[in-house]
Design a binder for this molecule. Structure first.
Ligand code: TRP
Length: 339
C-alpha cells in the first residue's frame, strides 16, 4: 500500500508546454513510479470554466489535448488515476459546505487570485465562481484525502486556503475527517523556465512557449527566434551567459554538463555564434521531446482509448470522493436517513 496520496491538476485551457514539463509533469511521473503515492491527476475543467463559461468549446478541445500530453509524458493509467473534475459530483457538494466556512474577505485576499483578476481585466465583474475557485480546489484535494500536492509555487496560497478549510472543518464538526495537504514544489520550479522571448514566464497567452506536441520544425523555428544576449552582435564579441535564455534552457534540459560548460566559456570569451548554441539546444530539446511525441502519436491514433482511460479514471475517483463525502455529511449531520 502506498504511504501517501497525491493529487494535482491542470486547467484545460490549451496544450501543455515544456515549462509544465520541467515544473511539474516530469516530477509527477517520477512520483508515480516511486510507488510511495497513490496518484490522482485531475483535469480541472470546472476550474477552467470559471473564467471561460462563455467559451466551453475551448475547454472541451483542450481537455483531450491535456489528456494526450499526460499520457505522452508517461503518466501511466495503470499507476495513476486520471480523472475529469466535472465528472465527480461530490466535489461540488463539498465545495458548497466549505463555502460556508470561508468569508468573502478571505477569498478576496488570496494573492494568486488577486493577480489573476488583474491580469484578466475583470474589474468589478469577477465571476463569483472564479473568486471561489480556491474553495473548489480545496474540495478537489480533500475529496481524495491527498496529503501531497505537487504544484508550482504560485499554488501555495491555494494550499494555505485548503489547510485553513480543513482545520476549520475538523474543529467545527469535531471530527478528523479531512486531511491537511502539503505542497510539493518540484526542484526545477515552474516559475523558473523563462519564455522564448526572455519573459520571466512561459505561457500560451504570451505566445512564447514550446509545446510538448511541437514537431522538430516548430522547435527549430522557435529556438531560432529565442532571446539571447542583445549585445552579442558579432560572433567574435564576448557574450553574456546571465539572463541568456538559450543557456538557461541548456542548464535545465541539457544532460552533458561538461559540454555546456565548454560552450559557456567559449561564448563568454567570444568566437561562438548564437546560431551554433541554438543548434545544440535544438538537439537537446528534441532528445527530450522525441519520446514524448512518439507516445502522443500512438494515443492520437486511438482517441477512443483515451476517452476510456478518462472515463475509467473518473469512475475510480468517484468512488473515493463519494466515500469522503459520506464522512463529511455524517460529520455535519446531514445524513438524515442513515441511522
Ligand atoms: N489551480 C491549478 C492551476 O491553475 C489547477 C488545480 C485545480 C489544482 N484543482 C487543483 C492544482 C487541485 C492542485 C490541486 O494550475
Amino acid at each position: 500500500m502506498a504511504k501517501h496520496t497525491l493529487l494535482t491538476a491542470d486547467r484545460p485551457t490549451g496544450k501543455l508546454h515544456i515549462g509544465h514539463y520541467i515544473g511539474s509533469l516530469k516530477n509527477r511521473v517520477k512520483l508515480q513510479n516511486s510507488g510511495d503515492y497513490r496518484s490522482f491527476i485531475m483535469i480541472a475543467d470546472m476550474q477552467a470554466l470559471t473564467d471561460n463559461a462563455r467559451n466551453p468549446e475551448k475547454i472541451r478541445q483542450s481537455l483531450i489535448q491535456v489528456a494526450l500530453d499526460y499520457l505522452a509524458v508517461g503518466i501511466d493509467p495503470k499507476k495513476s488515476t486520471i480523472l475529469i473534475q466535472s465528472q465527480i459530483p461530490a466535489l461540488n457538494e463539498l465545495t458548497m459546505y466549505y463555502l460556508d466556512l470561508v468569508t468573502l474577505a478571505r477569498l478576496k485576499r488570496n494573492p494568486t487570485v488577486k493577480a489573476e483578476i488583474k491580469q484578466k481585466g475583470f474589474g468589478d465583474n469577477v465571476p463569483a465562481g472564479f473568486l471561489a475557485y480556491p474553495v473548489s480546489q480545496a474540495a478537489d484535494i480533500t475529496a481524495f484525502k491527498a496529503d501531497t500536492v505537487p504544484v508550482g509555487d504560485d499554488q501555495e496560497p491555494m494550499l494555505e486556503q485548503a489547510r485553513e478549510i480543513v482545520r476549520t472543518f475538523n474543529s467545527t464538526y469535531q471530527q478528523d475527517v479531512l486531511v491537511e495537504p502539503q505542497g510539493l514544489f518540484s526542484p526545477e520550479g515552474q516559475g523558473r523556465l523563462p519564455g522564448l522571448d526572455g519573459n520571466a514566464k512561459m505561457s500560451k497567452s504570451l505566445n512564447n512557449a514550446i509545446y510538448l506536441s511541437d514537431n522538430a520544425a516548430e522547435v527549430h523555428q522557435k529556438v531560432m527566434r529565442m532571446y539571447t544576449d542583445p549585445h552579442h552582435i558579432h560572433v567574435e564579441d564576448p557574450g553574456q551567459i546571465a539572463g541568456n535564455t538559450v543557456f538557461e534552457y541548456l542548464d535545465i534540459f541539457g544532460t552533458d554538463k561538461e559540454h555546456i560548460a565548454q560552450l559557456k566559456a567559449h561564448y563568454q570569451a567570444g568566437g561562438l555564434g548564437d546560431v551554433q548554441v541554438k543548434r545544440y539546444l535544438e538537439e537537446v530539446l528534441n532528445a527530450v521531446l522525441e519520446p514524448i511525441r512518439q507516445r502522443r502519436h500512438v494515443y492520437e491514433q486511438d482517441l477512443g482509448q483515451v476517452y476510456q482511460i478518462l472515463q475509467k479514471g473518473s469512475q475510480v475517483a468517484n468512488e473515493v470522493a463519494e466515500q469522503t463525502l459520506a464522512e463529511v455529511r455524517a460529520a455535519i449531520g446531514v445524513n438524515y436517513f442513515e441511522q
